[in-house]
Design a protein around this ligand. Structure first.
Ligand code: ANZ
Length: 816
């Protein structure tokens, strides 16, 4: 008998699958398609550990399970390789990011291959390959031509450590997500994608997605729709008007001052000389405070008067303009009309600085606007509101709106436009040429890609320009419009631009004419199962949805949402419960475990058996032994079965038991896998193997249909989890073709029907006993047996049974 030795069988099958192109997908409409995708990894300097492996194992099991159900499965893999980590790694290790990424990619690929994941490697993509980023640039131009990419001087988040700007999404509590540095505000000319144009659709379409509620609500909060209007106030002595955003337009008669965020663009302009010094020192004092801190309700309000005044459009009142940090620069218009009679923050501010308070309801006391809006609307009548005095709140609200209607009305979002320019080297160059005559001119499509040049130094200069600015051969060019001398844009694109469309490229990865053909994209997409960690809740998942919607509007594709179903896997922690990381020196890599002889199949079992796939779990070294022994038992059982083949004579009743165990297991595993119950499916398989061992002692193996079916289905059910051992034993037991393209076993419902049923017995509706009866027994005999039951008889003694209720095969109730 051969020993189970993963080291000899696993590499062998990996090679065979590759040369047989087993996992290569084609647009064959004969069977329904299924697109299974895991987030394409960032090939960092550190090797992949068992936490990463869990993600790919889940995807691989889903892909294999569906393939065996007759789906035409697309399961591709590629590399999301632009971005800061690679660049910082390169600077630190004094190699070019290209060299670093190529090394890392090769290592990651080898690691994935040794796990036996069934990827269609013929579709491998790399976001840093000019053949790929050519199309990222093409999409940039598409957005530019639609007015969805624009350049603007803006107050941006500047990371003083990584020396680049960050998107709002990359700032957490005032700190840079990556470097941890306190983010500074800087005024720089930057490129933005106008994601706010799609805010409504990004919000509304969330309702139709099969995603976790927590991710959906994170996106909802991030987009943050708030229905209100913007109202313009004239500025005394200046032509510029100040817009405010308000959700309480009917309080406009109660405005007694206006507050601008300290960063508001007009502050410097309107501040009078007398107040300028005060204003500037206040601005200084608020720098570096996080938005969270600034929104803190309990914090004492602070602010200063600018010396300027605006005019209330509804009644011509002269309103002083203050600045205060409780107004955020990035929300609404960065200015509020303050109504201290109804807004708590404004009320506190007015009290502190002795500003007038006007109450706009007949109550003539502070009424929180939210309360008024939500409760007892009828109780409020307007006061101090000019011609609207005495009207019910509800009616007055509408009438004032009618009056303001000539002013701009809009929906406001918390979400800002997506800042995509980076002053760093390792990214896709922004395909724009700046001409002194024609301004920002797109690079003509036939001149794409704008290739990232090799440079001497990758270090960012820190003056707000990318290292590309130091490469004259790159910078100096001619204007595509007028032919005059011009300069290339030297900023590169945020890595999230590359990942906003990669799932589409997998449908048509080698197309040199287009990013993809519509036919292929429509055939494969949307992605049916998208699997990844929850860390991408906002950025990647929101950006990709945005690009998809733009492509839909451009008629490049026929669907509006890229990922129908999203699955967020639970993290694997180190055995002691800490997060695995290179710096803590507690990572466990699959390579070592394979080397120790457990093999990839055991690791795959372990990844999923360790707990529900969507919950965090601690890695367990002992668990590896258990996973290995389970596979070893399957191995040994199948070996013994093969050696015994040829004998015959299984007892009839045992044959029934063998078949029953097999059919029961098929049903249970199939149903579990449909709901991603990987750990329970594996538990059922373990129990099944135990059962088969027991059954074998009763009769020995025999070459008969029952045993044949039992072993064959065992191998098939295990195949998605442990593809190598399943394939090996499949071949050993004389099957031709791959087990992974075989048809998933089907169970026979009739065989699973239990022969005995448990009938519950009640007396006056109370449970008094239960009996076992043979399926199909008639009512009279069941009722007789129920009456005769010892426990029940006690309650019936010397009683008249007035009625007997019988529910077939389930329940008898005696009414006495
Ligand atoms: C006048 C008013 C009176 C307001 C009243 C509220 C109550 P939500 O619903 O969260 O969107 N606001 C507008 N822009 C702001 C900014 N940049 N920073 C801080 N606050 C800002 O809140 C909308 C309300 O928040 C707006 O309506 C505005 O104050 C304030 F009794 O206008 B309101």
């Amino acid at each position: 008998m051969q020993r189970y030795n993963p080291k000899s069988i696993e590499p062998k099958w990996q090679k065979t699958w590759e040369s047989d192109k087993l996992y290569e997908a084609s647009e064959d409409p004969a069977s329904p398609k299924r697109y299974v995708l895991e987030y394409f990894p960032y090939p960092s300097g550190a090797a992949m550990h068992v936490g990463h492996v869990r993600n790919y194992t889940i995807g691989d099991v889903i892909a294999r399970f569906n393939r065996m159900h007759g789906f035409n499965v697309l399961h591709p893999m590629g590399w999301d390789a632009f971005g800061l980590p690679a660049e910082n790694y390169a600077i630190k290790n004094k190699v070019s990011p290209r060299v670093a990424i190529d090394e890392n990619t090769a290592r990651f690929k080898r690691q994935l291959m040794q796990m036996g994941f069934g990827y269609d490697w013929s579709r491998e993509i790399d976001s840093t390959d000019p053949k790929y980023y050519k199309w990222t640039q093409w999409f940039f131009l598409m957005l530019f031509n639609k007015g969805l990419a624009y350049q603007q001087e803006a107050l941006v988040n500047w990371d003083p450590v990584d020396k680049t700007v960050l998107a709002n999404e990359q700032v957490i509590d005032g700190r840079a997500e990556r470097s941890g540095a306190l983010v500074e505000k800087k005024s720089l000319k930057q490129w933005f994608f106008k994601i706010t144009d799609y805010a409504d659709r990004l919000l509304d379409d969330l309702d139709n997605l099969d995603w976790s509620e927590s991710i959906k609500s994170m996106q909802r909060n991030w987009i943050g729709r708030s229905e209100g209007i913007t109202v313009e106030f004239e500025t005394e002595g200046h032509t510029e008007k100040i817009e405010v955003f308000t959700t309480a337009h009917d309080t406009i008669f109660g405005v007694t001052f206006m507050v601008l965020a300290p960063e508001h663009a007009l502050v410097q302009k309107i501040a009078t000389d007398e107040h300028r010094a005060n204003v500037n020192s206040y601005i200084k004092s608020t720098q570096g405070k996080s938005e969270i801190e600034r929104q803190d309700e309990g914090r004492p309000k602070t602010g200063v008067f600018t010396g300027a005044h605006v005019i209330n459009p509804i009644n011509g009142a002269r309103v002083p303009v203050w600045i205060a940090d409780y107004v955020l620069a990035g929300y609404g218009t960065g200015a509020v009309m303050a109504v201290p009679g109804e807004d708590k923050r404004d009320y506190e501010f007015a009290q502190k600085y002795e500003l007038p308070i006007v109450f706009t309801t007949e109550q003539q006391e502070f009424v929180n606007y939210q309360t008024k809006l939500k409760k007892n609307r009828k109780n409020y009548k307007l006061a101090n509101s000019g011609e609207f005095n005495g009207l019910d709140f509800e009616i007055g609200r509408q009438k004032i709106l009618d009056k303001l209607i000539e002013l701009k009305i809009g929906i406001n979002y918390k979400m800002r436009d997506w800042l995509i320019s980076r002053q760093r080297y390792w990214g896709a160059p922004i395909p724009i040429i700046h001409c002194p005559i024609d301004g920002a001119v797109p690079v003509p499509a036939d001149q794409l890609p704008v290739v990232l040049p090799e440079v001497e130094s990758y270090e960012p200069s820190g003056d707000g320009r990318s290292p590309l600015a130091n490469v004259p051969e790159f910078v100096n060019t001619t204007c595509p419009k007028c032919g005059g001398p011009a300069e290339r844009e030297t900023d590169t694109m945020d890595g999230f631009a590359c990942s906003s469309w990669y799932f589409l490229r997998f449908a048509d990865p080698h197309n040199d004419e287009l990013p993809f053909t519509r036919d292929k994209a429509d055939f494969w997409l949307p992605v049916d199962d998208y699997i990844g960690g929850a860390e991408h809740a906002i950025m990647h998942l929101l950006y990709a949805r945005f690009w998809t919607k733009v492509m839909y509007d451009e008629k490049l594709i026929n669907f509006e949402e890229p990922f129908t179903t999203l699955r967020n896997q639970g993290m694997i922690l180190a055995p002691n419960g800490l997060k695995m990381s290179k710096s803590k020196n507690n990572t466990i890599e699959p390579d070592e475990i394979i080397e120790q002889g457990y093999g990839a199949d055991s690791i795959r079992i372990m990844e999923l058996f360790i707990g529900p796939w969507n919950q965090t779990a601690n890695w367990s070294v002992e668990g590896m032994g258990g996973a290995f022994r389970f596979l070893q038992r399957i191995w040994t059982l199948t070996q013994e079965y093969q050696e015994a083949e040829g004998q015959d004579g299984v007892h009839q009743s045992h044959e029934q038991a063998i078949l029953k165990a097999a059919h029961y297991t098929i049903r249970s595993v199939t149903e579990d896998l449909k709901q991603l119950g990987f750990n329970t499916a594996i538990a059922t398989l373990m129990e099944y193997v135990n059962n088969l061992y027991k059954l074998k002692t009763q009769d020995d193996f025999a070459n008969n249909e029952a045993w044949n079916f039992a072993i064959t289905s065992l191998l098939q059910l295990v195949a998605p989890f442990a593809p190598h051992i399943a394939e090996e034993l499949w071949a050993q037991t004389g099957h031709t073709g791959s087990i992974h393209t075989s048809e998933w076993p089907v169970y026979d419902e009739a065989l699973l029907i239990e022969e005995t049923l448990t009938v519950v017995i009640q007396v006056n509706g109370k449970l008094r006993g239960e009996i076992s009866v043979t399926r199909g027994a008639d009512e009279a005999s069941v009722v007789a047996a129920a009456k005769a039951d010892q426990k029940v008889a006690r309650y019936l003694e010397s009683q008249t049974i007035r009625k007997t209720v019988y529910v077939d095969g389930k329940l008898v109730n005696f009414v006495i």
